[in-house]
Write a protein that binds this ligand. Structure first.
Ligand code: XLS
Ligand code: NI
Ligand code: NI
Length: 458
């Protein structure tokens, strides 16, 4: 694509280094997608996301902390188990894998910059091709990290989190950290080390562990007890390494119940929290929750968010949505405003993100085959969250919902209620209370009234 001139190691003039000066990969996108307000009919404009608009005490950009994921958006091909790739990308055509990697990164930063997204996320193998030896793979990664550093510097886009792909390569067929072979464990650990280095160099605000193949297909061949211990060992090694290199970012674990394996050890928020507590890791890791994974686990996303928030472990969000009629991780772009409202209410309730954000771990449908579809998808998702934020904020300001819940539990503030909660009442005390007070009066949960209340803000 004639983009080698952009390489750092070549004596390119400042002029030649600007990706904007070269042929753009997204020529139909303006330098910055504009905010045009709710009445706009321009499909390449934001109708709700106005980065600098203040909601409560922060701007929309500060509340939402949008990130674009490298894997689906720039490396996805549209291939599925039934058919070949449908997304043929200009940045992915060079026969030289490193040139392809650089072109892809140029396309990525051009796209993210035009959308005005402040963050990105990647797996090590997304940004740099895996080579024949571990050493060469690391060199490829380091070269691409340098390249990314420049793109970050030029665009002001920052890294939300990095991660290692410990699931695509055949060596991980029976797990990475949970593999029956310590040789494979070592490979995964070495990869984590280098991916943490990459994240650290790029000043990532976090590092994610998604246990792609950390689970089992059958218990007939599996020592589940030891596999969970192995996984905990890898995480402890990462905690130690984080200290060693002075990486300040937050470590996260990303729950998902199934796919690719039949059972994943990190199946939902509750099981992750139990795992982290059991192995003394709760102080070191928070959760990165993904909407479609909650659906697959048979939970709502709000349930997962509250579960994490109650344990002070809600870190970051992979924002997508699933399809309840399809039992796999369809990773669709989030367009459901009811859903984004529920999510943003939880984010507001925890006092907003610190290191986390909303990462669009989402992919186009296979027939959406033009690069411009990526723009429609992200614009729509950003708008859906901006609208969700506005509505959630209005619901909070209104206060009726929170007040209803508070009032519902008001009697727990009584001396008797407080004694129970403080462990100062026993079964006999409860019986005396009943002998004195008789039958409790019936109280409605008012679900329908509350559903109407929420709809009043939509
Ligand atoms: C897959 C996961 C993955 C993680 C990063 O289902 O969501 O994309 O976010 O490894
Ligand atoms: Ni994810
Ligand atoms: Ni997913």
């Amino acid at each position: 694509m004639g983009r080698e001139a952009l390489r750092k190691d070549e004596t390119a003039s400042e002029e030649a280094r600007k990706p904007e000066s070269d042929v753009p990969y997204f020529p139909d996108l303006p330098e910055r997608v504009p905010y045009e307000g709710p009445k706009s009919k321009n499909p390449l404009s934001f109708r709700h996301y106005d980065a600098s608009q203040t909601i409560g005490n922060k701007t929309m950009a500060e509340h939402l902390r949008f990130a674009i994921c490298y894997w689906h958006t720039f490396k996805g091909t549209g291939a599925d188990p039934f058919g070949a790739p449908t997304w043929i990308r200009a940045w992915d055509t060079s026969p030289d894998p490193m040139e392809r990697a650089r072109n892809t990164m140029d396309a990525a930063f051009e796209f993210m910059s035009k959308l005005g997204v402040p963050f990105w996320c990647f797996h090590d193998r997304d940004i740099a091709p895996e080579a024949d030896s571990f050493d060469q793979s690391t060199k490829n990664l380091q070269a691409m990290v340098e390249y990314a550093e420049e793109r970050q510097w030029e665009t002001g886009i920052n890294l939300l989190w990095g991660t290692a792909n410990l699931f695509s390569h055949p060596r991980y067929q029976s797990g990475a950290a949970t593999n029956p072979d310590p040789h494979v464990f070592a490979y995964a650990a070495a990869q984590v080390r280098r991916a943490m280095d990459a994240t650290h160099t790029l000043k990532g605000q976090g590092y994610v562990f998604w246990g792609g193949r950390e689970g089992y297909d059958t218990l007939l061949n599996t020592n589940m007890k030891q596999e969970r211990e192995q996984l905990a060992r890898l995480l402890h090694m990462a905690v130690d390494y984080k200290k060693e290199i002075g990486f300040q970012g937050q470590l996260y674990i990303e729950p998902k119940p199934m796919e690719p394996t039949k059972h994943q050890y990190d199946s939902d928020a509750e099981s992750c929290l139990n795992f982290l507590r059991e192995f003394d890791l709760l102080a070191h890791l928070k959760l990165n929750l993904e909407t479609n994974h909650a659906t697959l686990a048979g939970h709502t996303m709000v349930h997962e968010l509250q579960t994490a928030r109650n344990a002070n472990a809600l870190g970051s969000i992979d924002a997508n949505m699933g399809d309840t009629l399809l039992g796999w991780d369809t990773d669709q772009f989030p367009t459901n405003i009811y859903l984004t409202t529920e999510i943003m209410l939880e984010v507001l309730r925890m006092g907003g993100f610190t290191t986390g954000g909303l990462n669009f771990d989402a992919k186009l449908r296979r027939p959406s085959s033009d690069p411009i579809d990526l723009a429609y998808a992200h614009i729509g998702a950003m708008d859906a969250f901006a609208r969700g934020l506005q509505i959630a904020h209005a619901i909070q300001q209104d206060g009726r919902l929170d007040k209803f819940v508070k009032d519902r539990y008001a009697d727990w503030k009584s001396d008797f209620g407080q004694n129970i909660l403080a462990g100062k009442a026993n079964l006999a005390d409860c019986e005396s209370y009943i002998l004195n007070s008789g039958e409790p009066t019936q109280r409605s949960g008012r679900q329908e009234m509350l559903e109407n209340l929420i709809n009043g803000f939509m």
